[in-house]
Design a protein around this ligand. Sequence first.
Ligand code: GTP
Ligand code: SPV
Ligand code: MN
Length: 589
Amino acid sequence: MKKPLEKWVEQQAELTKPDRIHWCDGSEEEARKIVEWGINKEKINGTPVFQKLNQETYPNCFYHRSHPTDVARTEHLTFVCHTNKNAVGPNNNWMDPAEAKAKLTKLSDGCMKGKTMYVLPYMMGHPDSPYSKACVQLTDISYVAISMRIMTRLGKHVLEKIGDTENFVKGLHSVGDFDTDKRFVMHFPQENLVWSIGSGYGGNALLGKKCVALRIASALGQKEGWLAEHMIIIGIEDPKGNITYVAAAFPSACGKTNLALMQPTLPGYKVWVLGDDIAWLNIGPDGRLWAINPEMGFFGVAPGTSLKTNPNMIKTLKAGRFFPTLFTNTALDTDKQEPWWEGMDGDIPRNLLDWQGNKWTGKPGEKAAHPNSRFTVSITQSPTLSKEFNNPKGVPISAIIFGGKRTRTMPLVYESFNWQHGVFVGATLASETTAAATHQIGVLRRDPMAMLPFCGYNMADYFKHWLNMGNKMTNPPKIFYVNWFRTDETGKFLWPGYGNNIRVIKWIIDRAAGKEKGAVKAPIGYLPSENGLDMAGLNLDEKTRKHLFDINPEEWAHELDDIERFLLKFGDKVPQELWNELQELEKRL
Ligand code: GTP
Ligand code: SPV
Ligand code: MN
């Protein structure tokens, strides 16, 4: 008798018709071989899938250029397919599962002809964790196979775990011919299945990430009583050596990776990283919220990363211990064979190829690196990796932080009054859109809990689930809101950000520990008092300090209108608690 996994792989191979099937064992030797194939055999748009970078300055690093139409997540081509349309909600594109499968079957017929099918058995979460999930992805490109090896715990140990059960999340992926008219990322939460065709990029193609660990997992979490979130996990060590764990959700390209790897500017503080993108949150036997990071690597935004802004990430990228590290759609310095991007330290190299491989002329407004160019690197190379990273139980969370890109309206930081108010703060989060997905950039949109593109079911039910989680905890985390991105009249950021964000984090962990001093009650929540935030040595003038915390009545009136409009989209499914919170806020303002 064939095992369910073998049978499934065989059926997918019958449909996609690869020349050969390679079952990945996850070894380094195998990774070297697959990178070699990517250099010598596989091509995208005429360019080899991988190019070797300067192995002295960038040990074990390789360069990748994606198809030029395939540079970000495509939310308009992403679907959740469920027999009940209402279960999916207005936050997702919906298709009937039978119709979706008919469409995908047609597109997938023979799509791997002439290619290798890589079978990738991987765990999301530590294999010994009660919270982890076994998964298998099939793909037809070395870039995705290698990326999944960096981003997840991939290897033959997962096959033993699955054994002859059907207990694994399935992912079928093919780059097809990169035709945007034939590109779909489809989710079938009723079958724990993801089916993606036509894209090789990030969240569209590395299925463990947004498709499984958020969309499929969030739907599982609703059923099983836990949360899958777009959150970092960090441990903040104070000068006495106490460590407080917090989770923070910001929308795509709004500062998670930078906060996760932060080099604090306040003496005596250290920030330890456990995750930079995804957290799975479970209620522990002690009634607290416990977090694990299901991933193993960073798929981080390259532009803006430098020794000044994020020295720990630069060290991570150059550590060269784990094989390999990838750079995707950055520019390429052809004199040094090094990646380059806007915001990097030092002078602009003289001979640069832009992210499409053309000679870069430096015309004003033209970027050499794609704004959503990224690196893929193992978290194990981070100099600030938490010693709890592999703890199967995870870490207990004392504070949850929401935030986004708001050039106006929102203050640097505030604290919610209680769990229900905090859920309202998260549910009404808004942010200016970024290059992480293909859409107009810089438009304000509501992005509840930074999960709008990733919640695999009706978001109104998701709000209810958040409220229920609070009722089940005896000791829930406190909920905060931060905004590093407020600007002055000239468009300059008011707050220095990056390593100085520790000043805000310090206030947050002090408040989470029950410190009463340093906060004042305001209509929107608790704000830091006059000297509540440590601003020593920042030289911010009085006007800037005021502006950072200004609650402008006109802007807030507009905010309330916008929140109401947004919630109305979910009809009568919206929990009454959120309407009550909106009403109370209106009264207080
Ligand atoms: P995803 O990987 O897409 O989920 O994004 P992310 O939230 O991890 O975003 P990331 O940390 O990579 O930040 C994206 C952009 O925000 C980069 O261009 C950063 O330079 C910028 N950024 C991060 N932190 C700060 C900050 O404190 N202040 C300012 N002004 N910019 C910041
Ligand atoms: C995001 O867009 O939030 C990312 C990158 O973290 S991707 O993996 O492409 O989703
Ligand atoms: Mn993300």
